[in-house]
Design a protein around this ligand. Sequence first.
Ligand code: MF3
Ligand code: CO
Ligand code: CO
Length: 258
Amino acid sequence: MYSYRRNSVIHYKSKYEIQRMKDAGKLAAEVLYETGLRVKAGISTLELNDFAHQYTIQKGAESAPLNYKGYPKSICTSVNNVVCHGIPRKDEILKEGDIINIDITVKYKGYHGDTSRMFFVPPISENAKRLIEVTEKAMWVGIQAVKPGNLICDIGAAIEEFVKPYGYGIVRELAGHGIGRNFHEDPIVPHYKNNEVKIKMKPGMTFTIEPMINEGTYEVVFDEQDKWTVRTKDGKLSAQFEHTILVTPDGYEVLTLL
Ligand code: MF3
Ligand code: CO
Ligand code: CO
């Protein structure tokens, strides 16, 4: 996620860099898949963290979140009403009915791949199921708005139009982001209708699309103690999916597929 700021400096990737981004993206997808297989009742979010960390290291890569601006763990695990940046804990044990976003960012040969998705411990409520389905579709609706000549703000506009009929809240305080040698770089990619981001998409741009959709209000609260965990203001559920995307001459390529 990325917060809003200043003029943007966009790094367009060369052919060589695009290959590196593809390698990093694929590895992030693999770590996410393997970690997700471990989700079950009784496992702690710290155990998921440790698995992902070891797997990443073994592949010759690094967990980008670890020590990033003081973040203490290797992945983010956001359970139920946690919107994002949940910190894995030994005493956070998954149980039936829980939904969890696992967010993996690897740094591999100098480049980053960032991807997240929802997992759950069945059975889950119909509400939770629907929220997860709509959020995944919202991400794809955003991705389908990627094409040279389109604007970055077209992504959020498309997502908002799609989500509106469900009455869900689209988180505004956190956004997608450019990615490359840096974990977070320009441009900022809002997931709601924000006509200020009139940046034209061009081939060679790489950024994430990662909508956070809340069952209730879009408003969020940042944890005052740990300074990271973001929760829904009303305590209702939140879901998120994320891919790293490359703008190609005729559209897009998703870099974080298995
Ligand atoms: N992976 C998150 C994102 O999608 C960022 C996590 S920052 C951390 O942008 F420090 F919490 F890891
Ligand atoms: Co991201
Ligand atoms: Co992420």
